[in-house]
Write a protein that binds this ligand. Structure first.
Ligand code: NDP
Ligand code: 2IT
Length: 444
């Protein structure tokens, strides 16, 4: 058995029930076969892959808090500190009822390669809780965040581990957590990113993941003789990533015709009016259904099915495994030629293979959504320097980073004989820097 297959079998055996983690590891290892086979003896001796797939540390803890009825609630809290070879652990916190250790391990594993691709000095981590922020009052969210940070603060720090937002964690939650960290430690430091602008946040961090997605999409299209202007785009989700992907796509002349949430999707053939979406989602924390009530001609459909809407470009920006083989086939049949992942692992393995086999342009999440964490790293730089850059400065750096990520993924794919396969390219390019640092640092 090859070293890669052997390690994958061990991962499945030793991490039972963690299907998303198995899926993420398999995708990366399959891509790395060529690189690993060429260096098998050296890597085996150093147990390199065994170390790469095992988190350095997982912290798991109880999060008790009191709800508005005076009832005590208990959630599970986690931080997966996956790999610190190239910098302090860096990655978001997810608050969603589906959160479990396996999902956070998949996200932490992906984060290691994504962060490496940015070219910035950040290791990989992820954390979160099965707390559901939906329907909770601001006071309940604060009580949860304070309790969560009361435990987490022991394990993080500006040069140690720097969490940020992800699903269910935005400016409100980061604010509550930052306040509690400062209160417990007495430190005013860049321990979290995605902070508010009055207390160390970076301009353009809110927009960064969505804008970055469109910058790399645009780059991929240009290098393949296409352009974004005039194209019809379908975007899933209607959270942070989906909203700012819509904004930048519209600025570059595309028409975004659909958005969704976990209840259903809206279709607006004339193009989504983003100010209405922002009011529903960012201000009122409402449901995407309300868009159809507010905009004449827009249609709301309950349930899944957003990928059956005809489009040129599809951008899954909600959650893992939201786009399966059937969806991929429907997209192609309706004329879609490009897919870029704003979410982490939104396409199933079968869907990804279908896109590649059918020569559709496909940019995987760890490259396509890296603009968020890259801008988080820029926030860390500003915090260390005690400076704040302008929106245009940060945005220009973000764009440069995304263009570079495209170039790295394309070059690695070319070098290993799979031109245009940005999945293999991104995995190999992300791997190379991490592995070099791990080999140099000895057995740790
Ligand atoms: P938000 O919480 O702002 O929005 C999430 C969106 O996805 C909502 O519309 C939500 O709908 C929908 N969604 C979440 N879970 C599910 C589910 N199980 N089924 C269907 N729809 C779902 O999160 P973000 O926009 O920040 O994150 C979206 C994706 O992007 C995630 O995969 C995240 O990991 C990834 N990402 C985020 C980055 C960031 O900087 N924020 C950076 C890189 C990647 P509902 O409101 O109904 O739950
Ligand atoms: O998945 C991701 O890259 C994020 N949620 C952003 C992480 C970060 O540290 O900004």
């Amino acid at each position: 058995m090859s070293y890669v297959d052997e390690i994958y079998a061990k991962v499945v055996e030793q991490n039972p029930g963690e299907s998303e983690f198995h899926q993420a590891v398999k995708e990366v290892l399959d891509s790395l076969k060529l690189v690993i086979d060429a260096n098998e003896e050296k890597y085996r001796k150093a147990a390199l892959l065994e170390r790469l797939v095992e988190p350095e540390r997982i912290i798991s803890f109880r999060v008790p808090w009191v709800d508005d009825n005076g009832q005590v609630q208990v959630n599970k809290g986690y931080r997966v500190q996956f790999n610190s070879a190239i910098g302090p652990y860096k990655g978001g916190l997810r608050l969603h009822p589906s959160v479990n250790q396996g999902i956070l391990k998949f996200l932490g594993f992906e984060q290691v390669f994504k962060n490496s691709l940015t070219g910035l000095p950040i290791g990989g981590g992820k954390g979160g809780s099965n707390f559901d922020p939906k329907g909770k009052s601001d006071r309940e969210v604060m009580a949860f965040c304070q309790s969560f940070m009361t435990e987490l603060h022991k394990y993080i720090g500006a040069d140690q581990d720097v969490p940020a937002g992800d699903i269910g964690v935005g400016a409100r939650e980061i604010g509550f957590m930052y306040g509690q960290y400062k209160r417990l430690t007495g430190l005013y430091e860049g321990v979290l990113t995605g902070k508010g602008l009055t207390y160390g946040g970076s301009l353009a961090r809110t927009q960064a993941t969505g804008y970055g997605l469109i910058y790399i999409l645009d780059e991929m299209l240009k290098h393949n003789g296409k352009e974004l202007a005039g194209k019809k785009v379908v975007i899933s989700g209607s959270g942070n990533v989906a909203i700012y992907a819509t904004e930048k796509a519209q600025q570059l002349g595309a028409t975004v015709v659909a958005l969704s949430d976990s209840n259903g999707y809206v279709y607006d053939k004339d193009g989504i009016k983003l100010d209405i979406v922002k009011d529903i989602k960012e201000v009122r924390r409402g449901r995407i259904k309300e868009y159809a009530d507010a905009v004449p001609g827009a249609v709301y459909t309950e349930g899944k099915g957003i990928w059956t809407i005809p489009c040129d470009i599809a951008l899954p920006c909600a959650t893992q495994n939201e786009l399966n083989l059937e969806d991929a086939k429907a997209l192609k049949a309706n004329g879609c030629f490009a897919v870029a992942e704003g979410a982490n692992m939104p396409s199933t393995r079968e869907a990804t293979d279908f896109f590649l086999e059918n020569k559709m342009l496909f940019m995987p999440g760890k490259a396509a959504n890296a603009g968020g964490v890259a801008t988080s790293a820029l926030e860390m730089s500003q915090n260390s320097q005690r400076l704040a850059w302008t929106f245009d400065e940060v945005d220009a750096k973000l764009k440069d980073i995304m263009v570079n990520i495209y170039a790295k993924a394309a070059a690695a794919a070319e070098k290993y004989g799979v031109p245009g396969n940005y999945v293999a390219g991104a995995n190999i390019a992300g791997f190379e820097k991490v592995v070099d640092a791990m080999m140099a640092q000895g057995i740790v």
